[in-house]
Design a protein around this ligand. Structure first.
Ligand SMILES: NC(=O)C1=CN([C@@H]2O[C@H](COP(=O)(O)OP(=O)(O)OC[C@H]3O[C@@H](n4cnc5c(N)ncnc54)[C@H](OP(=O)(O)O)[C@@H]3O)[C@@H](O)[C@H]2O)C=CC1
Ligand SMILES: O=CCCC(=O)O
Length: 343
């Protein structure tokens, strides 16, 4: 893989968390090396891939690619809707008209797509990345997908002789803008090491979790908890309001106690105003709950709370809230029955 000898980012934080114990609820295949005590080594300018591709410039992909460009990387972009490439081209990015061409012209290609279907299509479909990639190159899928999808993409990429890493992220629009994402990776360790300096531009920490599928599983566990938390928070706000409590005070009380979470403090005040500026689209949260429930099903793990939360997000989607922030799930609890059935 070609490396750039003329590029060095202003700061390369090193936040690899190496000491956390392996969660007992995750399966541990033989190659599983989650949270190994190995600490990522500081990056040097000689370690940077020379040409970086970025496929998928939505809420997350755009700021991630932007941070790479602003750090001096030679970035080539592609997006299904071409107009979303324009701001990045203005910042200095190159443009190619297909994932195939991006992968063919870059050393490492990142992909940040909506869901399993689009991730597979962009990687393995006609003029997909797998058609242009090959030995000496790498493909890093940072989309949130299930393990089976990740493995399928990985197989297609590796069949060409290229390396594959899944690297879904924790953190939303603002952390993406601020380069504060958390990467949850699995796959080729050598590719992980090669792209570590790039992950450090876009994120504040990174975990190498072993084989492909473990990164996806970690991401789905985290987002399953998040979706349930938001649904429960919504119920609490509405219950409190209905019995006469000031919802702003509820948010404040929660933010000071044991169940405080940045998510409640950040989203609570706008939820009280019934405003849902989109950072994490509700349709993606429901997708993640659906995928997490599939994961749970595959190992016969009961997840009744997540299953109930998933139903609430489905109701919210049916009310046209798919593209609102996932905090709009509270609206699903406000819906009044027009004509209650008579029993
Ligand atoms: N937003 C967030 O807070 C976070 C999101 N994620 C995950 O990251 C991924 C992207 O999320 P986000 O950026 O918010 O989503 P967006 O909906 O903003 O962007 C989705 C991207 O996927 C592309 N896309 C969708 N369908 C297709 C298709 N069939 N073929 C090609 N491209 C397609 C879109 O292209 P186009 O512009 O043409 O529509 C766009 O580039 C998702 O998997 C999400 O779950 C992870 C962490 C946080
Ligand atoms: O997948 C979305 C995650 C959003 C977040 O971590 O805040």
């Amino acid at each position: 893989m070609a490396m750039c000898s003329s590029f060095c980012p202003p700061q390369v934080p090193n936040h690899f968390r190496g000491t956390t114990p392996i969660p007992s609820f995750l399966p541990k295949p033989p190659s599983f090396k989650a949270f190994s005590s190995q600490t990522a080594t500081a990056s040097t300018k000689d370690e940077f891939p020379a040409r970086v591709g970025f496929l998928g410039l939505g809420i997350m992909g755009s700021p991630m690619a932007q941070n790479l460009i602003k750090s001096g990387c030679d970035v080539t972009v592609w997006n299904r809707t071409k107009s979303k490439c324009d701001p990045l081209i203005s910042l200095g990015a190159k443009y190619k008209s297909s994932p195939e061409e991006v992968a063919a012209s870059c050393d490492v290609t990142f992909a940040m797509l909506a869901d399993p279907e689009s991730a597979v299509d962009v990687a393995c479909g006609k003029h997909g990345a797998a058609s242009g990639i090959g030995p000496g190159k790498g493909y890093v899928d940072v989309s949130t997908v299930d393990g089976a999808t990740s493995k399928l993409i990985g197989e297609h990429i590796k069949a060409t002789g290229a390396l594959f890493l899944e690297a879904p992220v924790s953190g939303s629009k603002k952390p993406a803008e601020d380069g504060q994402l958390i990467f949850l990776t699995g796959g080729d360790k050598s590719l992980y090491e090669t792209v570590a300096p790039l992950l450090d531009i876009m994120g504040k920490s990174r975990f190498f979790l072993g084989s492909v599928g473990n990164g996806a599983a970690m991401k789905l566990v985290v987002n399953m908890v998040m979706g349930s938390m938001m649904a429960s928070f919504s119920e609490g706000l509405l219950l409190g309001e209905k019995v006469g409590l000031d919802p702003d005070v509820i948010v404040e009380v929660i933010s000071q106690g044991a169940i405080s979470a940045p998510m409640f403090s950040m989203k609570g005040p706008s939820m009280v105003k019934s405003v849902y500026p989109t950072a994490f689209p509700l349709k993606h949260q429901q997708k993640d709950l659906r995928l997490a429930l599939g994961l749970a099903e595959s190992v016969s793990q009961p997840t009744p709370i997540a299953a109930a939360a998933n139903e609430l997000y489905k109701v919210a989607k049916s009310h046209g809230l798919s593209d609102h922030d996932f905090s709009a799930v509270i609206e699903a609890l406000k819906v009044k029955m027009q004509d209650p059935p008579e029993y």
